[in-house]
Design a binder for this molecule. Structure first.
Ligand SMILES: Cc1cc2nc3c(=O)[nH]c(=O)nc-3n(C[C@H](O)[C@H](O)[C@H](O)COP(=O)(O)O)c2cc1C
Length: 201
């Protein structure tokens, strides 16, 4: 399996951070090879330890490894743009968040925030395994809720493709040039002292 290109070959942090944060990125080229079950479980294990409001842990991960009867159902949820490359993943995942608290059924206003932290843990753990982990919002969330029998108290948030790295030359032509680490806004555009103001550019 080819080594993933580290993001730091194309992008530089403004201040010192652990290399993982800059090196992780979202390639699309995957080989179609399977990944061991224990490796997949370690991704969910990383997600499991994310922080959440009241330790509510609202995240739920539904998954379909390629060689299972669930695979076509999950792949069919994606828009064609994403199907074109995600069809070579080893596993497709649907991330849900429970929108109500376990006790008393009160609303859980931070459900998406908490699930986002879990997704990021999963993505970073995948990167440490040398895997492609690529988040996707380009899918039919309503259809996902329907075909995957998701109860009303859960919200479908995103899909995730996980796979072993592949050769970008095998991607569709319109995606080949885009399979590189992307830049970020400047720090002054996203964080400042005191009240809101239009950011410095
Ligand atoms: C919630 C979410 C949804 C995304 N949806 C898509 C998608 O539908 N298709 C796609 O190709 N990339 C998708 N991406 C990948 C982003 O475009 C990518 O993370 C972003 O450009 C930053 O690049 P990097 O992850 O390589 O650092 C998504 C990422 C996230 C976190």
């Amino acid at each position: 399996m080819p080594d993933l290109l580290p993001g730091s070959t194309q992008r530089t942090p403004e201040y010192a951070v652990a290399p993982l944060f800059v090196d992780r990125w979202s390639p699309r080229a995957m080989s179609g090879d399977a990944i061991p079950h224990t490796v997949l479980m370690s991704l969910f294990e990383a997600a499991r330890w994310a922080p959440s409001s009241f330790n509510h842990q609202p995240w739920r991960f539904l998954y379909a490894p390629r060689a299972t009867t669930h695979w076509p159902t999950f792949l069919d949820l994606l828009i064609p743009y994403n199907q074109a490359w995600a069809q070579h993943a080893a596993v497709l995942i649907v991330l849900l968040a429970k929108t109500t608290m376990d006790r008393h059924d009160e609303p859980a206003p931070t459900h998406a925030l908490d699930a986002g932290a879990a997704w990021q843990n999963l993505a970073l753990q995948g990167w440490l395994h040398g895997l492609v982990v690529h988040g996707m919002r380009g899918f039919d969330a309503e259809k996902a809720a329907q075909v995957l029998a998701v109860p009303d108290a859960y919200r479908v948030l995103m899909m995730i493709a996980v796979g072993t790295p592949g050769d970008p030359a095998n991607l569709p032509a319109n995606l080949r040039d885009r399979d590189v680490p992307s830049p970020r806004k400047a720090l002054t555009e996203i964080a400042w002292e005191g009240p809101f103001r239009e950011p410095l550019r």
